[in-house]
Design a protein around this ligand. Structure first.
Ligand code: AHM
Ligand code: MG
Length: 346
């Protein structure tokens, strides 16, 4: 063997030992998230069969109703963590309001925000999907968590990560001490450390990742950036490659491994774009910055944005440092208003 086999449990435990004051609460939350990821993996792997099972009466072998995968993932995460005693409240992209800890369980000092199955519109096409999570320390008074605990800027996250249900399942997380990736070995049901100390390559591969179908609705500066990346402005003779899965976890994971630029800018009809600050942008920004890259909303670091609403959206640009410099150059602060975008005839 070339190097030791390290499970996620062992890795989390060893990281915790470096902080004698640690209570183990954060470690326990991460273990429980890893358990939820295994349960979701099991269902995602059977996704193509769900319709077949569903047709026989929409009841699975355990007698439970067969649920849509995103609803299943949402419930599994809540139920894996509601009783751990370390959370004061949760919030999910799938639910409008706060998810309170049921009265029969103890509450704790952390708050969990999650997107249970991001990119779920891809699931029927057997394309990778993912789970994204973000953890904050409780800041409100009293035992129960409140909106105040959830509406904290990304810079105050104590941990963030994602699970990619791809050709293999990977869990990638940070607690502010580097980014570490684990691959699920399905034969033993363990996440094994496969990508320690992940760093976004710099200079990274020349890849841009965006839904170019929205080009007509972008600001002219955003359009200029794209034209530059494609070598259409006559400045660059070396165009970027385009890669866009349409599942953020997969697109960000590739960006983390290969470098490049991922963006979901604002549009004329949706000046804040599509992605959610708390469930998608902030956790990914923490990971990317911990890996040596940068993430902004086109003007400011995502991690500095003070949320005002659980489901607020934000434009998002993230990737390798040198390509983020291009974003700064093409989209300087005080970009023209999106209202000024010239709309071409449809
Ligand atoms: P979802 O949370 O409803 O799944 O939407 C988020 C997904 C991201 O994974 C992805 O980056 C984006 O939506 C793709 O959107 P579009 O289809 O507009 O390109
Ligand atoms: Mg999502």
């Amino acid at each position: 063997m070339e190097r030791s086999v390290v499970t996620i449990e062992r890795h989390i435990l060893e990281a915790e030992r470096q902080f004698p004051e640690a209570t183990g609460a954060l470690s326990n939350i991460l273990y429980d998230l890893a358990l939820a990821a295994k349960l979701i993996t099991r269902e995602v792997r059977r996704a193509g069969l769900v319709d077949i099972i569903g047709k026989t009466g929409a009841v699975n072998v355990h007698g439970d109703q067969v649920k849509k995968l995103d609803e299943y993932a949402d419930e599994v995460i809540f139920r894996a963590l509601d009783h751990c005693g370390h959370l004061c409240v949760m919030a999910s992209e799938e639910s409008e309001g706060l998810l309170h800890i049921p009265g029969e369980f103890r509450t704790g000092n952390y708050c969990l925000l999650y997107d249970p199955l991001d990119g779920s519109s891809n699931i029927d096409a057997n394309i990778s999907v993912g789970t994204i999570f973000s953890i904050h320390r409780k800041v409100s008074a009293g035992p129960a968590g409140t909106l105040e605990d959830c509406l904290q800027p990304g810079s105050r996250q104590v941990a963030a990560g994602y699970v990619l249900y791809g050709s293999s399942t990977m869990l990638v997380y940070t607690t502010g001490n580097g980014v570490h990736g684990f691959t699920l070995d399905p034969s033993i049901g363990e996440f094994i450390l496969s990508h320690p100390w992940m760093r976004i390559p710099s200079p990274g591969q020349r890849i841009f990742s965006a839904n170019e179908g929205n080009f007509v609705n972008w600001s002219s500066r955003q359009q200029n950036l794209l034209n530059h990346l494609k070598g259409l402005d006559g400045v660059s003779q070396n165009p970027f490659s385009a890669r866009y899965v349409g599942s953020m976890v997969a697109d960000v994971h590739r960006t983390l491994l290969y470098g490049g630029l991922f963006m979901y800018p604002g549009e004329k009809q949706n000046p804040k774009g599509k992605l959610r600050l708390l469930y998608e942008a902030s956790p990914m920004a923490m990971l990317i910055e911990q890996a040596g890259g940068r993430a902004t909303d086109g003007e400011r670091p995502i991690l500095d944005v003070q949320p005002t609403d659980l489901h607020e959206k934000t434009p998002l640009f993230l990737g390798s440092l040198e390509y983020m410099d291009l974003v700064d150059r093409f989209l300087p602060p005080s970009d023209e208003s999106l209202e000024a975008v010239p709309m071409s005839a449809s």
